[in-house]
Design a protein around this ligand. Structure first.
Ligand code: NAG
Length: 314
C-alpha cells in the first residue's frame, strides 16, 4: 500500500464521518415523522392529566386509557377518534394540548398537529365545496407525509354537515383510502354538544349530596346518546358519526366548581411567580357562578382566568 493510498483512505473515512455527524445534527434539528420526534410520553401524559387538568376525573381516566391503549398496542383497525363534550372553559382544548405535548416533541407547534376551528377556517356557506375539497386534500396530504398526524376540530357543533361528510371516510374501518393508510392518525373533536345536559346531571348529583367523583362515564354516556338520538342542539354531526360507529370515545367534561377555578387561578399566578392567597381568593371570587341561588359552577370554567389575572396583577 502506497502512502497516497493511505491518505486516500483516511480522507474517505473523514468524509464519511463528517457525513454521519451532519446527518445526526440534521435529524435532530429538523422535525421528522419518526420516533425522535413522535413518541408517547406515557408518564408525562399521566402526570399532566392528574396534576394540570382540574375537576375532570372521567376525562383524565378515559383519555389516558384511550391514548396509551391505542399508541402502545399494535396498529389499530381505524384511526383513534375522541369526541370531547362540555361547556366552555372546562378543559377540552387544554386536554388536546396535553395530548399533543406528550406525543410530539414540538407539541402543538409540531407540523404534524393540525387545528381547525369551524367559524375561523370554514366561515362562508357559499365556499363549502371549496372547503370540502381543501379539507380532504389536506388530510390526505398530511397523513401521506406522516401517518401519525393529529387533527383537532374545534366547534364541531358549528360545523357544516357537508364538511362532516368530507371527514367521514377518513375515520372509517377501511385500512386504506386511495392507497393512504389512515389507521395511525388521531382525530379529536371538540364541541359544546351535550354540555348543558352534563351540567344539569352534575348539579343533580351535587344537590343530592354526592361527590362529583361518584359520577361514572356510562351515566353521562346515556344522557349524551339520548340527546343525540333526539337530535337536539345541532346534534347532526354526532348522529352522523355515531350511527356509523366512527367515534371511539365520548368524553364528558364536567362543569367546574369554585375549588377547581381556584386551582386554575393558583396555577396561573404561580406561572407568573406570584404566591398570594389574598389575590388568589379575590380573583376566584370575581368569576361568575351559577345557578343564581346556589352559585355552584363557574360560568366560563377556567377560560377567562388568565385575563382576570392580568387585570388584577397589573
Ligand atoms: C397539511 O395541512 C395544512 C393545514 O393544517 C395545509 O395547509 C397543508 O397544505 C397540508 N399539507 C398537505 C401536504 O396537504
Amino acid at each position: 500500500m502506497s502512502e497516497s493510498d493511505g491518505a486516500n483512505i483516511r480522507l474517505s473515512i473523514t468524509i464519511v464521518l463528517i457525513g454521519i455527524v451532519i446527518y445526526i445534527i440534521f435529524s435532530f434539528s429538523e422535525e421528522c415523522c419518526n420516533d425522535n420526534w413522535i413518541l408517547l410520553d406515557e408518564k408525562g401524559l399521566k402526570k399532566d392529566l392528574t396534576q394540570k387538568l382540574f375537576g375532570q376525573h372521567i376525562a383524565s381516566d378515559v383519555i389516558l386509557k384511550a391514548v396509551v391503549g391505542t399508541l402502545r398496542g399494535p396498529v389499530p383497525k381505524k384511526p383513534l377518534t375522541l369526541s370531547l363534550h362540555g361547556t366552555s372553559g372546562t378543559g377540552k382544548t387544554f386536554v388536546s394540548q396535553l395530548i399533543a405535548k406528550n406525543l410530539y416533541k414540538n407539541g402543538m407547534s409540531s407540523q404534524y398537529v393540525h387545528v381547525f376551528v369551524s367559524t375561523l377556517h370554514f366561515p362562508h356557506l357559499k365556499l363549502i365545496h371549496q372547503y370540502q375539497n381543501d379539507l380532504q386534500t389536506w388530510i390526505r396530504g398530511n397523513v401521506t407525509i406522516c401517518p401519525r398526524s393529529m387533527f383537532i376540530f374545534d366547534e364541531m357543533d358549528k360545523m357544516h354537515p357537508g364538511l362532516i361528510n368530507a371527514i367521514k371516510p377518513f375515520l372509517d374501518y377501511t385500512t386504506q383510502v386511495n392507497n393512504v393508510d389512515y389507521r395511525q392518525a388521531i382525530f379529536i373533536f371538540l364541541s359544546n354538544t351535550g354540555g348543558d345536559k352534563i351540567n344539569e346531571f352534575t348539579l343533580g348529583v351535587l344537590m343530592n349530596g354526592m361527590e362529583r367523583e361518584s359520577i361514572k362515564l356510562n351515566q353521562l354516556e346515556e344522557e349524551l346518546s339520548l340527546m343525540v338520538f333526539n337530535n337536539e342542539n345541532n346534534g347532526f354531526w354526532q348522529t352522523c358519526l355515531i350511527q356509523a360507529n366512527l367515534i371511539d370515545y365520548f368524553i364528558p367534561f364536567l362543569p367546574l366548581e369554585f375549588k377547581h377555578v381556584m386551582r386554575c387561578v393558583k396555577a396561573e399566578l404561580e406561572s407568573r411567580g406570584i404566591i398570594n392567597n389574598n389575590i388568589l381568593f379575590t380573583i376566584t371570587s370575581q368569576m361568575e357562578y351559577y345557578p343564581k341561588e346556589e352559585k355552584v359552577f363557574s360560568m366560563k370554567g377556567c377560560k377567562t382566568v388568565p385575563s382576570k389575572v392580568n387585570l388584577v396583577v397589573n
